[in-house]
Design a protein around this ligand. Sequence first.
Ligand SMILES: NC(=O)c1ccc[n+]([C@@H]2O[C@H](COP(=O)([O-])OP(=O)(O)OC[C@H]3O[C@@H](n4cnc5c(N)ncnc54)[C@H](OP(=O)(O)O)[C@@H]3O)[C@@H](O)[C@H]2O)c1
Length: 314
Amino acid sequence: MDIEVSAVGMGCMAFSHGYGKIPAEQYSIEAIRNAYAHGCTFFDTAEVYSPNLTGIGHNELIVGKALKGIRDDVVVATKLMLHGVNSGNIYKTIRTHLEGSLDRLQTDMVDIYYLHRMSGIPVEEIAEAMGRLIDEGLIRGWGLSQVDVDIIDRAQQVTPLAAIQNIYSMVERDCENSVIPYCMEHNIGFVPFSPIASGLLSGKITPQTQFERNDDVRNWVPQLSRKNIEGNQPIVEMLKIFAEKKNATPAQISLAWMLYKYPNVVPIPGSKNKERIIENLDSSNVELNDEEFIALEKSLNELKVYGHRGLGGL
Ligand SMILES: NC(=O)c1ccc[n+]([C@@H]2O[C@H](COP(=O)([O-])OP(=O)(O)OC[C@H]3O[C@@H](n4cnc5c(N)ncnc54)[C@H](OP(=O)(O)O)[C@@H]3O)[C@@H](O)[C@H]2O)c1
């Protein structure tokens, strides 16, 4: 399945959830439209992205409004959660979730429809239902999030996958072992979430940084405990030095590194700040050469990472 997108996509979650206070809706809509004007054609949302994860669809409604008029020029990915559903007509259940997303996104088709997390339902049943939705033209492709290669392979046998969305960054590299190679081999896109390690790799977070009290994932992201921010400073310092040499920012280097490393990787950095969204998209203009990439890899392999979220994490 070939779905073409810009080299870097945009994670829209923080307009609704996860990084403290949310911006005014109009600001979020403008930020998404600016990203599109800057060349971004890949937008990531989920039905559960709402303040404090209560309610459904806050983020999809924003994305739907922002993409009005440009929907046909972009790729929209959203996700459904099936927790608490153990049996019954899985196709019907998934279709009901999808219809809600289609309404909120103001569209008649979702480009990539992910299962947000595995629950008790065998992945084969999910894959079969997704296959029916593809045949019906309601989704173009489907994907899974936070899954290992065994699950991916079982799913792939039933209905080939368009994308896998797992955590991946310079400090979360588990997927290099088998998930990304499997995806490459099977023509599946790999979409890293939290590619800047929730801000750590921007170099803007210090042990003194106060995260917000309400709805801020940085309070539990393992690399961002006060002690681990300190422990991870050598990685941040290495990135800062590298960034200066390349006339780029540390966040851009962290993204340029994964773009260089794999042809099938499309990161979806998240930000609720218009300028930083553009900064992150511009990482696709930061060109690394072989020598620079090897130097980065070497440094990363030598430096210890403090804190690990992995595939088992939230
Ligand atoms: N599938 C899943 O289970 C799952 C889980 C989490 C996220 N996601 C998706 O992945 C997207 C990205 O993940 P994420 O937002 O958790 O992590 P991220 O992109 O690694 O980091 C976001 C954090 O980094 C900061 N930041 C971003 N760019 C920056 C820059 N250039 N300079 C300084 N700070 C910067 C943001 O702050 P500011 O807002 O202040 O710029 C925010 O605090 C989400 O929007 C969502 O669509 C999916």
